[in-house]
Ligand binder design. Sequence first.
Ligand code: ADP
Ligand code: MG
Length: 399
Amino acid sequence: MAGFKTLDDLGDVTGKVALVRVDLNLPMKDGSATDVTRVEAAKPTILELSEKGAKVILLAHFGRPKGARSSVLSTSMVQGDVERVLGKEIMFIPEVAGPVAAQAIGILSAGDIGLMDNVRFWPGEEANDAEFAKAIAANADFYVNDAFSAAHRAHATTEGLAHVLPAYAGRAMEKELKALDAALGTPQPPVAAVVGGAKVSTKLAVLENLVGKVQHLIIGGGMANTFLAAKGVDVGKSLCEHDLTDTANAIMARADESGCTVHLPYDVVVAKEFAANPPSLRTCNVHEVAADEMILDVGPLATEALGDVLKTCATLVWNGPMGAFETPPFDAATVALARMAAALTQEGSLISVAGGGDTVAALAHAGVTDDVTYISTAGGAFLEWMEGKELPGVAALSK
Ligand code: ADP
Ligand code: MG
């Protein structure tokens, strides 16, 4: 991983103005946030800078206003939630640049925190307009990016500012980059990747990147059905992308060439209807799936064997549940494998990094959120990183 500066590299910041890009795109209901995880993630950086005496100016997007002001998409909607999490009052600034912003920043004392309005109200944000970035930067001394979840976008406040101000990774960004580097950048081998979820089509780039990098590729979830079908298995009524069987075969061939073992389930949990604990529920060999049955989870024998694979590995990267985990008992393989990964991590034999919207929920459901090495809540940025893409927001910090 290319080097980047962190808050440890800052000199005396007393009275200096820090522009801090954070993720405040909170899920809302009836005017207040239903989940403040993103604010909690940014809290250490914000409070550290505030305690060091900087004037901390938060920059964030909120929803998709498409370059125009919208009262319901103002970041003032989340001001109360941010204040509650930080335990501090903050000042709302209805601009990001210009005399009003300058004046507001002038009023703040060392250690105070300001929240600028939604950066996406201005078309220059998503266009990554250099003049827009310069106008924001004109009121500040340095830039801190603590929003890994927005780092896959080259926008003015996620990328452009790093070119016009001294740039630093915030604490959450630093933690995320270190975890991701340990998982796929410069991991300790052998490395296992678990890729599950609904469809191959959404994770093709991920699979193609992983086969060249990991020693064990564990495929579960609905996408395993496409791989099984490619090998000539009749998967019945299962979710399966039959048009992608050639692609699946190509991925398996590439894995062979790179010395990557692909693990597919050999027993599966099936049912005739997709419902909780359906009467037709049974476990069978993959070759025994009936025409009117659906594969909804990896079977217990395969799951146990996968646990044994993890025991031989030093690193695990995980995206996508092994089965339809929202509906019992199709959560069994995901839960068992998650608990195995957590136990090995606690024993110190495995570095385990996971991410993805449903994966985060599945690991929480398994009760292992605090027992794996790192869980990324970054969504799109995490997936692009899994695809091996360079993230513009990260690259700009690394210069
Ligand atoms: P993530 O959000 O972690 O990247 P995905 O969105 O790719 O994960 O996939 C999650 C979804 O895949 C879940 O809703 C789960 O129910 C579904 N899924 C997993 N296994 C199966 C299966 N065998 N059949 C149908 N759906 C499945
Ligand atoms: Mg998902």
